[in-house]
Design a protein around this ligand. Structure first.
Ligand SMILES: [Cu+2]
Length: 255
């Protein structure tokens, strides 16, 4: 008996609730459902980012002393001597490492119209590691008052070699295939070395002095992240990216 009464009351009350709720709910739902859709469609909320630190736990070899005496102009720019350090570590973080999404990226990403600058200054390349997209222009500049030649040695892409005899000279080149860490050298100054990484999408970064990196605007998804360092080679990790959230992927070289 006691069970039937509430049921009967409920049944009787139900049409009222539905009728009442029906007219009430018509206004709120559109407002409630439009709001999240608008937020999700906004560019800032539709993608996430991948951040992390590349570390190296091994011994750091001492810097190599570079003989610049063969070119007095280079020697004059480095009166206290020039040193070459291929493994650069600060607070356990590894600099100059190229981090990119190796797999999981879908869709096509046209090359940006803005070129990436590779400068030759003080008889060194600046920056030491650059990343570009397939087909993106690389502006190669000589900021020194001496002869440099830029000579990348790719294995997949076409090799080229350009001489730049005077300060202020510029050339533009691009690579049409994916290839990570193409070594670049100068045949006049054997210590000069840089690396160009060519990727088919914009999801890459070069680690800073402390080994940290950030890859922005990544669409939600599952990715394989690879780091490539000129000496220590590769390590991989996995990233699960959600819209509006940073995914953290640390990559470690044991040494
Ligand atoms: Cu040179």
């Amino acid at each position: 008996m006691s069970r039937r009464t509430p049921l009967a009351v409920l049944t009787a009350a139900l049409p009222l609730v539905v009728a009442c709720g029906g007219s009430e709910t018509k206004t709120p739902p559109p407002a409630a459902s439009t709001a999240p859709v608008t937020t999700a469609a906004a560019p800032s909320g539709a993608t996430g980012s991948i951040t992390g630190k590349v570390t190296y736990a091994g011994a750091v070899p001492p810097a190599e002393k570079v003989k610049t005496s063969a070119d007095p102009k280079c020697a004059a720019m480095h009166k206290d001597g020039l040193e070459k350090q291929t493994i650069m570590v600060k607070d356990g973080g590894l600099a100059h490492a190229f981090v990119y999404l190796k797999s999981g990226v879908s869709g096509s990403y046209p090359a940006p119209a803005t070129p990436v600058l590779l400068d030759q200054e003080g008889c060194m390349y600046h920056p030491h590691v650059i990343g570009v997209q397939v087909g993106q222009d690389i502006t190669i500049r000589n900021s020194d008052d001496t002869l440099h030649n830029i000579h990348p040695r790719p294995t997949v892409n076409a090799e080229f070699n350009i001489g730049q005899a005077r300060k202020g000279m510029e050339a533009t080149r691009k690579f049409d295939k994916e290839e990570v860490m193409i070594p670049v050298g100068c045949d006049v100054h054997p210590w000069m070395r840089s690396y160009i990484s060519v990727v088919s999408h914009p999801f890459f970064a070069v680690t800073g002095e402390d080994g940290s990196y950030e890859i922005k605007n990544v669409p939600p998804g599952e990715y394989e992240v690879e780091v490539y360092h000129e000496k220590l080679k590769t390590q991989t990790g996995k990233a699960s990216v959600k819209a509006g959230e940073p995914a953290k992927v640390d990559l470690a070289f044991a040494g």
